[in-house]
Design a protein around this ligand. Structure first.
Ligand code: ADP
Length: 496
């Protein structure tokens, strides 16, 4: 198979053991993490693994940077730096694309044209916000009092990110946190630390003061846990599993740091018989198989009206069998890459087996591909019922569960019968039904006749156990700021 050649910058980056990035310095650590390419199962790089002492150093550097030039920098100047970072990411989108294709395994073209380009856009959107963070003047009832608010950064933010979109998930948190004037200790996922480290170098190069962005790759239970519990951290922004989210909340209680969480999902996607079936089938297919099902918004529970079930199912199976799956760095543009790791692949395959044991019918895929790398054939399970594990638990892999329904109120109740509430969607040409359902579905994002859209300007986050806080849009600025209320007594007598 023909592979894309490494860019010289990428080859150099992979050859040097990557140290932690603390206070503008590269810091070696006694322990290292082997970064595995899931497309080949080969080790591609070694990265320093932070322990609690390194996290201490990084938090101290971030604290110090709050009282350095960054602390007094105007919103305008922070915005200029963020905009420059956006331009730098875009100019190096091939490098970011290769780094994400290598440690995550996703197709290079998607890593470059979606993940890297949307990360740049994210920084650009929040560059605009940096100079527009305003307080209010509040008319209070007591005479002789003047009250106003000022909006300040929270302080030192610990950002903990997952492996499914290595650059983009960092951008989602980092851009608003920096726009609001915070300093950062970033702990990327241990499977995918490369682009976060590269981003730290880029930020330094274009003029962010040392200590503003520190990166401490390491294991979740070590570096992540130390960051979540650290008394010098004012806020944790986390994206990952619901189980880890619970641990982070528990660890945060020592200093009652602020926490925002974007957690798991098990999104319901509903096709009504009045929908445009070709686009609904296509949309429902990519709702799950986009990013290989490794997405917290994956449309994992597909409810299809009984009257159109056979037609939709045939379209889904045909699409699944036509997908091309291959290494992230393949020259050919594959639709999907591998699963992130061996344990994750084993988990996905065991869910398929459990689904079949509980009575679901496997109508596509369900097996590991006979080649190196953690590749699983796109899988569809038909005849899934609500009680099955594959309908209740987040699989985070290319497994679509198809369920059938008879009427609107029934499917609404079943769609909402989940502990998760990140996203939900429906396909219909009935405008009233679209609005009725959008109002009643319990999820932070609702997609109607579309799926998966996000935008730096539009708030995103979970209801129920999918988390709290909203990223993106003006909500994200609030998430990384705190409001101060200032009172001034005015001597009325001076006026007379
Ligand atoms: P997954 O199981 O898919 O890897 P996780 O929620 O465990 O998802 O991982 C998301 C991020 O959380 C990663 O950066 C991981 O290292 C980190 N993490 C895992 N465990 C902990 C923990 N106990 N405390 C803080 N961070 C953690």
């Amino acid at each position: 198979m023909s592979m894309i050649e490494f860019l010289p910058e990428v080859a150099d980056f992979l050859n040097a053991v990557q140290g932690l990035r603390i206070d503008g310095q590269r810091v070696a650590a006694p322990e290292t993490i082997a970064v595995i390419n899931p497309s080949t199962e080969a080790e591609i790089a070694r990265v320093a693994s932070a322990d609690a002492a390194h996290v201490d150093m990084a938090v101290a550097a971030a604290r110090q940077a709050l009282s350095g030039p960054w602390g007094t920098m105007s919103g305008h100047d922070r915005g200029v730096l963020l905009w420059r970072l956006a331009d730098a990411i875009e100019a190096r989108k091939d490098i970011f694309g290769q780094l994400d294709a290598l440690d995550n395994g996703k197709p290079f073209y998607k890593a470059r044209d979606v993940d890297a380009v949307y990360s740049a856009r994210h920084f650009r959107y929040f560059a605009g916000w940096a100079s527009k963070i305003e307080g209010r003047t509040i008319p209070v009832s007591e005479p002789g009092r003047f009250n106003y608010t000022s909006v300040e950064p929270v302080g030192v933010c610990g950002l903990i990110t997952p492996w499914n979109y290595p650059t983009l998930m960092v951008a989602w948190k980092l851009a608003p946190a920096l726009a609001a004037g915070n300093t950062i200790v970033l702990k990327p996922a241990e499977q995918t630390p490369l682009s976060a480290l590269y981003l730290a170098d880029l930020a330094l190069e274009i003029g962010f003061p040392p200590g503003v962005l520190n990166v401490v790759p390491g294991l979740g239970g070590t570096a992540g846990a130390a960051l979540a519990a650290h008394k010098g951290v004012d806020k944790i922004g986390f994206t990952g599993s619901t189980e880890t989210g619970r641990r982070i909340v528990a660890a945060s209680t020592g200093n009652l740091k602020k926490v925002s969480l974007e957690l798991g999902g098990k999104a319901a996607n509903i096709i009504f018989p009045d929908a445009d079936l070709a686009s609904a089938t296509d949309g429902a297919f990519w709702a799950l198989f986009g990013n290989n099902g490794q997405s917290c918004t994956a449309g994992a529970r597909l409810f299809v009206h009984a009257s159109i079930r056979e037609q939709v199912l045939a379209g889904l199976i045909q699409r699944a069998n036509a997908l091309s799956v291959g290494p992230g760095m393949a020259r050919a543009a594959h639709d999907l890459g591998p699963i992130i790791s061996q344990p994750q692949m084993d988990k996905v395959l065991s869910y398929v087996a459990q689904g079949e044991a509980e009575g679901a019918r496997r109508v596509a895929g369900g097996h590991r591909l006979d080649q190196p790398g953690y590749f699983v054939a796109p899988t569809i399970l038909d005849g899934v019922s609500d009680a099955m594990a594959v309908a209740r638990e987040e699989i985070f892999g290319p497994v679509l569960a198809v369920l059938s329904f008879e009427d609107e109120s029934e499917v609404l109740a079943r769609a909402n019968a989940t502990e998760f509430g990140l996203a939900a969607g429906l396909w219909t040409n009935d405008l009233s039904r679209a609005h009725r359902m959008a109002a009643r579905l319990q999820a932070g994002t609702i997609w109607i006749n579309t799926w998966g859209d996000t935008d730096a300007a539009s708030p995103f986050g979970g209801m129920k156990q999918s988390g709290y806080g909203r990223e993106m849009g003006q909500e994200a600025i609030a998430l990384y700021s705190q409001t101060k209320s200032v009172w001034l007594g005015i001597k009325e007598s001076d006026l007379i």
